[in-house]
Design a protein around this ligand. Structure first.
Ligand code: UDP
Length: 326
């Protein structure tokens, strides 16, 4: 099979590419390297077993001619290219909306032209500021006002979902939507705000660990290879078409406890520094205080279950960062 992955040089995309290559498939990547990095895919290109089946294009998904060529060549499409990371969204508000809304529409239009099944990665952000758990795919959503720019990401991802579902309903395009919760593992960079790589690198550098707000906000974290297994299972499942699925973990932890765990696991001399939100982010920021998925829908359809616990995830991220810092 030939698999097209938009955003394939990113953190999740590169792991997805690796998994398909390992299974003997051909993988085509298009990535504009806005947050992705060729360093994520060069080890795959240099691997004699895998590299000859990997084709990487450094370009934007808004390049219609290239996208037509790639989508025409491939059997299935994973659309992961997006502006991601809270810091990145706040610093690039217009660019983020453009790539997330216009980019996805273009990808869907091209997939519809060639009738290629497409999986769109959405985000747990679409739920907005719920306090209840677990979040079910059919839950209502609650956003803050448009003056608070964080919600532009949620709204743009929600628009992607509507557009994908509309293509399914009106044109019969086989679309699948995966709402990814906090996904972590090697190759993730802390440069755009993601908490685990940031705190791990602070701990390894014996710097204070920056915990925002009162640290009582919670998240669940899922290992990237578990997420990739879920994405591949959905793509292979006819009954997933036209549906929305949460993909995430079930182990809820406060960010303060996460910071303490990272200090303990790295044996670091670091302390925790509590940083008010006003200092951490641009003004008009609003955090999500809790985010726990129900994974019943994907579990019952394709048997998805995350197998990697938080301690193991942290060990792997710590090992990876030690190796890349060395
Ligand atoms: N966070 C933190 N310190 C950091 C980076 C993030 O306390 O250095 C917090 C952030 O405010 C949020 C949580 O960690 O409550 C997860 O942040 P991340 O950006 O990784 O993902 P989000 O779930 O917010 O998209």
């Amino acid at each position: 099979m030939r698999v097209l992955i938009t955003g394939g040089a990113g953190f999740i995309g590169s792991h997805l590419a690796e998994a398909y290559l390992e299974q003997g498939h051909e993988v085509y990547i298009i990535d504009d390297l806005s947050t992705g990095s060729l360093a994520n895919v060069t080890p795959l290109q240099n691997d004699a077993r895998l590299g000859h089946r990997l084709f990487v294009h450094t370009d934007t998904i808004l390049n219609q001619d290239l996208m037509l060529e790639l989508a025409g060549t491939c059997d299935v499409v994973f659309h992961l290219a997006a502006a991601v990371g809270v810091h990145y969204i706040l610093e690039n508000p217009l660019k983020s909306i453009k790539i997330n809304v216009e980019g996805t529409e273009k990808v869907l239009e091209i997939c519809a032209k060639f009738k290629k099944r497409v999986l769109i990665t959405s985000s747990s952000e679409v739920y907005g500021k719920h306090l209840h758990a677990p979040l079910v795919e059919t839950d209502n959503i609650i956003y803050g006002p448009s003056s608070k720019f964080r919600w532009s990401y949620a709204a743009s991802k929600l628009m992607d979902e509507f557009t994908a579902l509309a293509y399914f309903r009106t044109k019969g395009l086989e679309t699948i939507i995966a709402r990814l919760f906090n996904t972590v593992g090697p190759r993730q960079t802390g440069a755009y705000g993601m908490v685990i790589p940031r705190l791990v690198s602070q701990a390894l550098g014996n710097e204070p660990l920056t915990v925002y707000g009162d640290g009582m906000q919670t998240r669940t974290f899922t290992y990237v290879k578990d997420v990739v297994a879920g994405l591949m299972a959905l793509m292979a499942c006819d009954d997933a078409v036209g549906e929305v699925f949460n993909i995430g973990g079930t182990e809820e932890i406060t960010i303060l406890d996460l910071a303490r765990k990272i200090i303990a696991r790295t044996g670091s001399a670091s302390t925790v520094a509590m940083i008010p939100y006003e200092e951490a982010y641009a003004k008009d920021f609003e955090d999500m205080l809790r985010r726990v998925p129900s994974i019943e829908k994907i579990r019952s359809l394709v048997g998805f279950a995350p197998v990697t616990d938080l301690d193991t995830i942290l060990s792997r991220v710590i090992d990876y960062q030690r190796l890349t810092m060395a």
